[in-house]
Design a binder for this molecule. Structure first.
Ligand SMILES: *Cc1c(COP(=O)(O)O)cnc(C)c1O
Length: 392
């Protein structure tokens, strides 16, 4: 619980106590370890009888401040910061799953999460089954006696398909499974999976949380008993966040509510403008009425998100020409930045997949993903429209 009522205030005013220098902005605690007052305090700290910092792999004031804010935003009991989003995905599962366990996962997940399921977990006897995000009736029959966790992302990347979190929460509840949601795309500003029964919420803080493309980071938030196990795992295996990055990410959270509303406002305007453009086959954005899950998006998301996709006429080659014709938009493999970023999944991030596998996760050859930034919306639109015309 916070002494402040509203998330904007919580994100700004939640801060560690002042040091003796009376600083206003939080200092960075770049220290590997913390000193003990005496032998008794050291003993009590190691025995978990009192709270306090011992060693930065376990905890650090900057990281604690970052997590305290994120827990307020996600309305979770506790959380642990991690060195990257993938450290969060991996640790949230490796800490809780055992050899012989099974995970039911959406097929539309981040590429490295897919590598964990297919290349790494099989070595330790942890199996998975994929279910189709667009076919909820596909899910329940895939739950097995050894299923322990359900994992999903919504909206998905780059398909921008949604899964009904309320329905998924009920499914997990009915079968006594841990529901783990990667909330990186929506952020807690747009949706709070804990309200729908998610037990774990995982984040890549690299994206909208940092929001300026400066660092890699992540977080795992959720139910106390689960986070206790995750904390033990991270403390002893070491995918911990650097205090500098914890400081940066805690500062970033101060502007997350404001940034998200602007990302989404720009994205919606661009999606609305581009819909029906003669050089495009289609435009997809959760808050466009033409999105197949528009009603669901309105139900579970506050805004439509910072990402839009469209399919250019002319397929693969046109997609490449479009990217080469952009002037202002960045061509880089990231998203959730103050700068607008364009990517072409078929020739880059998803080029190793077969055409069939790409279709299964909603990627056609001419698909372009735009992570809409905070520039003036007219400048973003002008660059996109010019590139569409120049790449004919
Ligand atoms: C980027 C991303 C990740 C991985 O995060 P890193 O910080 O790059 O390790 C996981 N899930 C989603 C949805 C992402 O976009």
């Amino acid at each position: 619980m916070s002494e402040f009522k509203h998330i904007e205030t919580q994100a700004i005013r939640t801060q560690n106590g002042k040091a003796s220098y009376r600083e206003h902005s939080a200092p960075i605690y770049m220290t590997s370890s913390f000193t003990f007052e005496d032998a008794e305090q050291a003993r009590a700290l190691f025995a978990d009888e009192i709270d306090g910092n011992i060693y930065t792999r376990f905890s650090n004031p900057n990281n604690s401040e970052f997590i305290e804010k994120l827990c307020l935003l996600e309305e979770t009991a506790d959380g642990v910061p991690t060195a990257s989003g993938m450290a969060a995905m991996f640790s949230s599962m490796a800490a809780l799953l055992e050899s012989g366990d099974h995970v039911l996962s959406s097929r539309s997940i981040f590429g490295s999460t897919h590598q964990i399921f297919t290349q790494i977990f099989p070595k330790w006897g942890i199996e998975h089954t994929y279910a189709d995000i667009n076919n909820p009736s596909d899910w329940e029959a895939k739950i097995k006696p050894n299923t322990k966790m359900i994992f999903a992302e919504t909206p998905s990347n780059p398909g921008l398909d949604l899964i009904d979190l309320e329905w998924l929460g009920q499914l997990a509840e009915k079968h006594g499974l841990i529901l783990n949601i990667d909330n990186c795309f929506a952020t807690p500003i747009l949706q709070q999976p804990s309200k729908f029964g998610a037990h774990l919420i995982t984040h890549s803080a690299t994206k909208f949380i940092d929001g300026q493309g400066r660092t890699i980071g992540g977080a795992i938030l959720g139910r106390q008993d689960l986070i206790d196990k995750v904390r033990f795992f991270i403390r002893h295996t070491g995918p911990s966040l650097s205090p500098f990055n914890g400081w940066l990410l805690s500062k970033s959270l101060e502007t997350l509510p404001l940034r998200m509303s602007k990302h989404c406002e720009n994205a919606k305007k661009i999606a609305e403008y581009l819909e029906g453009h003669e050089e495009l086959e289609s435009v997809k954005y959760p808050f466009l009425k033409s999105h197949p899950q528009y009603e669901l998006a309105k139900k579970q998301m506050k805004y439509g998100g910072g990402l839009i996709t469209f399919i250019v006429k002319g397929g693969l080659e046109r997609g490449k020409r479009f990217l080469n014709s952009l002037n202002m938009l960045s061509f880089t493999a990231n998203l959730g930045d103050s700068r607008t970023i364009a990517t072409h999944p078929t020739s880059t991030t998803h080029s190793k997949l077969s055409e069939e596998d790409r279709q299964a996760v909603g990627i056609s050859p001419g698909l372009i993903r735009i992570s809409v930034g905070l520039e003036n919306v007219n400048d973003i639109l002008e660059d996109i429209v010019n590139a569409l015309n120049a790449s004919k």
